[in-house]
Design a protein around this ligand. Structure first.
Ligand SMILES: Cc1cc2nc3c(=O)[nH]c(=O)nc-3n(C[C@H](O)[C@H](O)[C@H](O)COP(=O)(O)OP(=O)(O)OC[C@H]3O[C@@H](n4cnc5c(N)ncnc54)[C@H](O)[C@@H]3O)c2cc1C
Length: 528
């Protein structure tokens, strides 16, 4: 179907197809960077269904970048402990998520209620006059040329057909992405196969706080206390069981009974899902990019489906802003898939591996698994690896837009920078990102010679970002904006990486960290 670019009803920098959580987040990130954005959502109202249930420290840091962090966090529950139990109900592994600390400013496991999160994200979009959400607008066709994309959509209430022209189109339209299909991009990977019944609801009266993976071959299940009084129970369907029978209220009561008195439960939603582990053959076609479930899907065992889409948004939004503003060449956008795909594939592999552990096929295998897991954890290093959640895939890029091309075992480039608390000259203590803003940031050791601080300042100005001097004690309102490193973690970081200056990308990944005399090299690599 042809879309006439001459007759577009509207022109923007970015069109987003789909206002699920990934589309809404991307729109907030673009909005806060001043990018003119139109979001087209086929449904008239948010779907209001709790699907995603947990997120991690990286997700919270991304929410923080939208300026909506505190509002979103107030309705979340920090989960401090997760356990894996076998067929007999005896625990064979535990993860201390309350004390595990990857240094990014938050603990690594949070539960949320998806309708509330989506509500806050949608309200957040209204902060930006250059952003518009059009609901009841289903994307029907697109056409690309060398300078942009023309999209045709239909308003469901009137049947009216409109066109919009944008420099870029971001497909955030979910696992069945119409944009992806229109571009002929195939999904490949594994249809995971096992259907699960997900039950969400509330419990009357007191209920214990828990997060339990029930690795019982007779009925694998996940049971957890969620946010804002919500509970989640997930049960794997066994051979021969049907969707219809599993979604019946009497079946649900029977399934809940081992965990809670079903009479105290108000079920809000119970639906069977089949999870897949798939990846789009490519995440880009010209000026169209795929994000979130449109690009990749994964089993839920690590709660990483939505979080992966959030990482996509955080990676791509600032790159698009810089290209749209003429601050970077369009080739910067090639690094989106280059950086994100290997990470997604690693997370998918991990989810499948955890799934195998979770889903032992028979009592014999399950019993052996429980025994081996207990025995292995007598080795302190293995116990720490499990309890401290070290098996989680760390956020890092081996290739991409970095000094030297990406992360190696010797270099911090391509890693997610730490986010300790710092003290501002006003005396206020804040998380680091709140002191450095949403653009590029240059941090330097306060004791660096004046000429090198001046060079770092020049670099920050050329990038359009902020320079911050990191002082180990005390902080004044001097010539160079400074923060006090109250935890000592920033100083340790500089020492560990033998550097005086670090440049952070807007998504908080380390572009480069160097001794002060190598600043010109850093500047060259940044092309400013
Ligand atoms: C039971 C369950 C439990 C899960 N648990 C977790 C978890 O704990 N943690 C986690 O991180 N993830 C979890 N996930 C995965 C998570 O829900 C998804 O990864 C996430 O919702 C994907 O978001 P999205 O915005 O990419 O896509 P979607 O949420 O599918 O949103 C796509 C949007 O695009 C719109 N759209 C589609 N086509 C068009 C069109 N042609 N025009 C305009 N609009 C269109 C749709 O109406 C929709 O609003 C779970 C999923 C399920 C089903």
């Amino acid at each position: 179907m042809v879309c006439d670019k001459q007759q577009a009803d509207m022109e923007v920098d970015v069109i987003i197809s789909g206002c699920g959580p990934v589309g809404a987040l991307t729109c907030n990130l673009l909005g806060s960077l001043g990018v003119r954005t139109l979001v087209l959502e086929q449904d008239l109202a948010p779907h209001g269904q709790p699907r995603a249930f947990s997120c991690d420290d990286e997700a919270l840091r991304i929410y923080q970048a939208t300026g909506l962090g505190p509002e979103l966090q107030k309705d979340m529950r920090e989960n401090r402990f997760a356990e894996y139990v076998g067929e007999t109900g005896k625990r064979f592994a535990e993860v201390h998520t309350g004390t595990a600390d990857f240094g990014f400013g938050y603990s690594p496991l949070w539960f949320f209620h998806q309708p509330l999160v989506e509500g806050v994200l949608r309200d957040g979009m209204a902060r930006f006059p250059h952003v518009k959400l059009q609901v009841g607008a289903g994307v029907e066709a697109l056409e690309q040329d060398g300078t942009g994309v023309t999209v045709r959509y239909r308003l469901s209430q009137t049947g009216e057909v409109r066109t919009v022209r944008g420099r870029y189109l971001l497909a955030c339209d979910g696992a069945r992405s119409g944009v992806r299909k229109a571009l002929g991009i195939k999904m490949s990977g594994k249809a995971y196969g096992e259907p699960w019944l997900a039950v969400s609801g509330r419990v009357e009266g007191d209920a214990p706080e828990l997060c339990r993976f029930v690795c019982d071959p007779n009925r694998p299940a996940f049971v957890a206390t969620g946010a804002v009084g919500q509970f989640r129970w997930e049960f794997m369907l066994m051979p021969g069981e049907t969707r219809e029978e599993m979604e019946r209220p009497e079946t649900i009561k029977k399934l809940l009974a081992p965990y809670i008195d079903p009479e105290r439960v108000h079920v809000e939603r119970a639906q069977v899902y089949t999870f897949h582990c798939l990846n789009a053959a490519r995440w880009r076609d010209g000026n169209v990019f795929l994000l979130g479930d449109a690009a990749h899907t994964m089993p839920p065992f690590m709660g990483q489906g939505l979080v992966s889409g959030m990482r996509d948004a955080s990676n791509l939004a600032w790159k698009i802003q810089r290209v749209v503003r003429g601050l970077a060449p369009a080739s910067l956008l090639d690094t989106y898939e280059e950086e994100r795909r290997p990470h997604v594939e690693a997370v998918q592999k991990l989810c499948v591996r955890v799934g195998h552990l979770f889903l032992a096929r028979n009592s014999w295998v399950a019993g052996a698994r429980d025994m081996v897991m207990r025995a292995l954890q007598r080795i302190p290093r293995v116990r720490r690896f499990i309890q401290d959640f070290e098996f989680k895939q760390p956020p890092m890029h081996e290739r991409g837009y970095y000094l030297g091309g990406g992360h190696t075992s010797e270099s911090p480039e391509g890693t997610f920078f730490i986010q300790p608390k710092v003290r501002l000259p006003t005396g206020q203590e804040v998380l680091l990102d709140d002191a450095i803003g949403n653009d590029f940031a240059v941090l330097c050791r306060a004791n660096a010679p004046a000429a090198q601080v001046a060079a770092a300042r020049g670099l920050a100005e050329a990038l359009g970002g902020r320079l911050l001097a990191v002082q180990s004690t005390g902080v004044d309102g001097g010539d160079v904006p400074a923060v006090e490193d109250i935890t000592g973690k920033l100083g340790d970081w500089f020492s560990r990486h033998d550097s005086d200056v670090v440049v952070l990308r807007p998504d908080r990944f380390v572009f480069g960290a160097v001794k002060a005399e190598r600043l010109p090299e850093l500047r060259d690599a940044l092309g400013v």
